[in-house]
Ligand binder design. Structure first.
Ligand SMILES: [Cu+2]
Length: 311
């Protein structure tokens, strides 16, 4: 009788674990769908596409081709993980059930099986190959823009961002977050900035990053861009926004006390609006000969000069 109760309890325990796993899985899928749905709606308003949302799970909606490629790769790996996890779960459940003490009192003492051992070595190698090939392809895709329409220099500084548009003369400016008590409706705390990075929709933007003091990292999830900004070095990457919208990001390299003070706001606008902004920005940021140009004003930074000279 005790044995029956014991085995019953064990089964109950296992059923509970399976139930819990199923519930978590279902919740995860539901939240992922919820996330996608709200991303779509937000995207239509053009106000906060490419921003984190409450209870968001999964990747932010793609704002351009680099992020789409990341989504594809993420989906591939996710499904491989799902299949492996399900396979192991089924195998485990079967072994527990089939070889339980009640039906299998004398266990087999087999310790080697050549076919099995070769299989469980070769199959994981094949799985890694299936992951590695698109992974490398993605890394090289993100690496640099083959035919860039424009270049933006991004410099991480303690603690704000400095952006320069070398294709438009000396146009350069700093970008800082908006204080909590000055936020206007539609602006996001700790993400909205006073001077966003503005880009034209559909343009392939080459991004050259450097750091002025310590290592920062330029990270805009919805555009699929993440690059260190390292003092004395110029790194290259690129992005393109395929639709108008605002894409938020943050410095995601712990860079000091005010690390949180480095949000990124990228605004993708129509080419006409971009031209208008360029003209207006040139006026607004026009500085006296003493203060400008920004590139010449930073002789201690060979990285940025190199970036400027690459035009
Ligand atoms: Cu930083």
């Amino acid at each position: 009788m005790r044995r029956v109760i014991g085995s019953g309890l064990r089964w109950l325990g296992m059923a509970a674990w399976l139930g819990l796993a199923g519930a978590f899985g279902a919740a995860g899928v539901a939240l992922a769908q919820d996330n996608r749905a709200s991303g779509g709606v937000v995207g239509e308003t053009h106000s906060s596409l490419g921003a984190p949302i409450p209870w968001g799970i999964g990747l932010q909606p793609a704002g351009g081709p680099v992020k789409e490629a990341i989504h594809d790769f993420n989906t591939l790996v996710l499904w491989i993980i799902v299949v492996i996890t399900a396979f192991v779960l089924v195998l485990l459940a079967y072994a527990v059930w089939r070889y339980r003490e009640g039906v299998n009192p004398t266990p087999s003492r087999t310790s080697h099986n050549t076919v099995l051992e070769v299989a469980w070595t070769v199959v994981p190698v094949l799985i890694l190959l299936i992951i590695a090939i698109p992974s490398f392809r993605l890394i090289y895709y993100q690496d640099r823009a083959r035919d860039a329409d424009m270049t933006i220099n991004v410099q991480g500084r303690q603690w704000y961002w400095h952006y320069a548009y070398p294709d438009h003369g000396t146009l350069a400016f700093d970008s800082r977050p908006i204080p909590d008590d000055e936020l206007k409706p539609g602006q996001i705390r700790s993400l909205s900035v006073d001077e966003p990075l503005v880009i034209p929709v559909g343009a392939t933007v080459r991004v050259l990053t450097t750091g002025q003091d310590v290592i920062h990292s330029f990270f805009v999830p919805a555009l699929g861009v993440q690059k260190y900004t390292i003092p004395g070095r110029t790194l290259e990457t690129w992005f393109r926004a395929d639709r108008e919208g605002t894409f938020y990001g943050q410095c995601n390299q712990i860079c000091g006390t005010n690390h949180w003070f480095m949000p990124i706001e990228v605004r993708a606008v129509s080419p006409e609006r971009f031209q208008a902004w360029i003209e207006e920005a040139k006026q607004r940021y026009a500085q006296g000969p003493a203060a400008a140009p920004a590139l010449a004003a930073a002789p201690a930074d060979p990285g940025l000069q190199l970036a400027g000279s690459r035009r």
